[in-house]
Design a protein around this ligand. Sequence first.
Ligand code: PLP
Length: 372
Amino acid sequence: MPPTTWKDKALFTPGPLTTSRTVKQAMLRDLGSRDHEFIALVADVRRRLVEVAAADPDVYTAVLMQGSGTFAIESVIGSVIPPAGRLVVLVNGAYGERMVKIAQRLGFDVSELRAPEHAPVAVDALDALLATDEAVTHVAVVHCETTTGLMNPVEEVGAVVARYDRSLIVDAMSSFGAVPVDLAGWSVDYLISSANKCIEGVPGFAFVLARTAALQATKGYARSVSLDLLAQYEGLEKDGQFRFTPPVQVIMAFHQALVELEAEGGVAGRGARYQRNYARTLQGMVELGFRPYLSEQDRGYIITSFHYPAHPNFNFQRFYQLLSDRGHVIYPGKLSHADCFRIGHIGRLEIGDVESLLCSVRAVLVEMEIPI
Ligand SMILES: *Cc1c(COP(=O)(O)O)cnc(C)c1O
């Protein structure tokens, strides 16, 4: 083990991410979960989340849910769909697939509309489906499909869903806080994200921005006690408390992270830093001979997938390890039809961290005897 004074490795991953020292320091306290100080902190976190979403607090509310991001997705799918409801999931990557799996396991009538992993979700097919299938009550889509880094056209999906008067669920896990959203404009009823992505907190809970009126109409639908979204909302509204043990320190860190997000200029400021990280990474990697997987118009600035180099000396495990030894953690690919790895642009990373990564990639290519 290196001494604890050593620098932590920089995380070029989709989360958990590199966080600021001050966010980590905010956890060095004990606070009772029923203490008025903690209750006030939770209320401020909920208020700030609605603000980050640029939503009207009279229309939207923030519900915090213990667990990782997937727990909150399972909470939404398992809590808001009526017994006779039908869910359509727009799939173009692993996170769309995961929502299908959750709905199937819960025993819902679910259908999926598939697009290739390198293309945006099938909005026209959704339009055609909703025109004929009146049993569909809910549509789910992933905002930034972290599998590839592709940005799905949630606004267009929302326009179709609104035209047919259905309910829209958005997994904005990896984009919320750094990519602007318009919940009312895009007709979103439920948007899900988590503590340890673009808000730059530490892992331990996730949250749902819900249209309050839609959520309040879901009484009796929940299939789970611990993941009951409406009960969680009612608990938070009633006395400001979680129903079951909250991750107190994680929420203290998250509050600090929200303060730091505001200081950086909110979503616009944070998005600008991530865009700089993305642009420099792309330019540097292309100079080193790497090819991005997605075409430019589909790429976001959250995470970028690169093809493996064609050279026979390339071995991802070795490439990963040599970069990690130099203090940079990248991310493997998750694609079914292409060999790719990913580099994230989110978390407390500055342009200097990107330069440092690019220097290491160059050195590692030399070490692996791959011509640049
Ligand atoms: C990170 C992520 C999730 C949730 O992952 P957890 O490991 O459960 O936190 C879900 N959807 C997307 C798009 C993500 O990027």
